[in-house]
Design a protein around this ligand. Structure first.
Ligand SMILES: *Cc1c(COP(=O)(O)O)cnc(C)c1O
Length: 337
């Protein structure tokens, strides 16, 4: 589209031409519907509104030098949505139907996929929620699945840059036996105050410790944490961390670089020993960490002013696979035909 300034896109909602919808009624998912209406008419007693029966996904499509559009790890997002649905008693969508809906949404909005040179991408946001009217606390009997897409800018405008995070002890994002492993709106609602307070203090984001003991690292706002020490890629193993597909991919690339991957409890004091650290997720791939500040105890865990060598290498490698500049050795990419 001639009137989109690809170079100056941020990360925000933008209208595109079509969205894909699918309704669950009478115990089964229906046909995919192509829709150009942005609004949804929902019953005021829908469980998605009252009781948080809502899950979402986030993935991206990239245009390569060769003009082809590639979607990154589509099947993993489909499986994670299934896991979120199981977690809050919503009907699962098959990997096939999820894939078909995403491909359809991308193809129909092809003109919104940013050109290769811009470093931008098409963000894909699938959403699934309870539409059935209910006032008693039970799962709904009707659901809606929607896939919307929008062009988003590169996360790092002025180049790959390191950020600071503030440890929060006042709020928990998720409990050890709660819903932290599911990608659901409720976890985000629980994080809004912590996020705002961290922002107000001048930090990029809040940093969560485990809810029970406040001893181990959980997540970096809405991103996973990893640290680099010697030849090891270290990431928290916790029952309240969302299983990031970016993290999983970085672990594979770290192994390819001859590194060891350690998924285990990471005590907060261990932060002093990392040579590099990063927050990872679909939005930024890696957001390198400059410092993590324990605001309550006045301790600064400084990592490094500049993005480290290994973080940079992993970031470039993953981006190269996403844009088709490097071979897709692991079958991570779906080319839109
Ligand atoms: C989506 C999300 C992530 C990142 O997952 P990716 O699959 O890498 O995008 C990390 N933490 C939370 C809480 C999330 O919701």
């Amino acid at each position: 589209m001639e009137n989109i300034d690809w170079k100056n896109l941020g990360f925000g909602y933008k209208d595109t031409d079509y969205n894909i919808r699918c309704y669950y009624r009478n115990g089964k998912w229906g046909e995919l519907e192509v829709c150009s209406e942005k609004h949804i008419s929902v019953h005021m007693a829908a469980t998605g509104l009252h009781y948080g029966q809502e899950a979402f996904e986030g993935l991206k499509a990239f245009k390569g030098k060769d003009g082809k559009i590639r979607i990154f790890r589509l099947d993993e997002n489909a499986k994670r949505l299934q896991s979120s649905c199981k977690g809050i008693l919503m009907p699962e969508l098959s990997v096939e139907l999820f894939t078909e809906a995403v491909l359809k949404a991308v193809k129909l909005n092809e003109k919104f996929v940013p050109p290769y040179e811009s470093g931008a991408s098409l963000y894909i946001r699938p959403l699934l929620f309870g539409t059935g009217a209910q006032i008693g606390v039970h799962p709904a009997d009707e659901y809606l699945f929607v896939v919307m897409v929008m062009p988003v800018g590169p996360y790092f405008k002025g180049g790959f840059k390191a950020n600071s995070y503030a440890i929060t002890r006042k709020y928990d994002r998720a409990a050890p036996l709660g819903t932290g492993t599911y990608k659901i709106g409720g976890n985000y609602a629980a994080s809004l105050r912590a996020n705002k307070e961290a922002h107000d203090l001048g930090y990029t984001s809040e940093f969560y410790l485990d809810a029970k003991e406040k001893k181990y690292i959980d997540e970096c706002g809405a991103a996973n944490f990893f640290g680099i020490k010697g030849n090891s890629f270290i990431t928290p193993k916790s029952s309240s961390v969302l299983p990031s597909i970016t993290n999983k991919s970085l672990q594979q690339l770290a192994i390819e670089l001859g590194m060891t991957v350690e998924a285990r409890n990471v005590p907060v004091e261990e932060l002093t020993t990392f040579e590099e650290a990063g927050a990872c997720g679909t939005a930024a791939v890696i957001s390198p960490i400059k410092s993590i500040v324990d605001v309550d105890n006045d301790i600064t865990y400084f990592i490094s002013e500049e993005p480290g060598k290994i973080c940079t290498r992993l970031y470039e490698k993953l981006r190269a696979i996403q844009y088709g500049d490097e071979p897709d050795l692991y079958g991570w990419v779906t080319v839109v035909e």
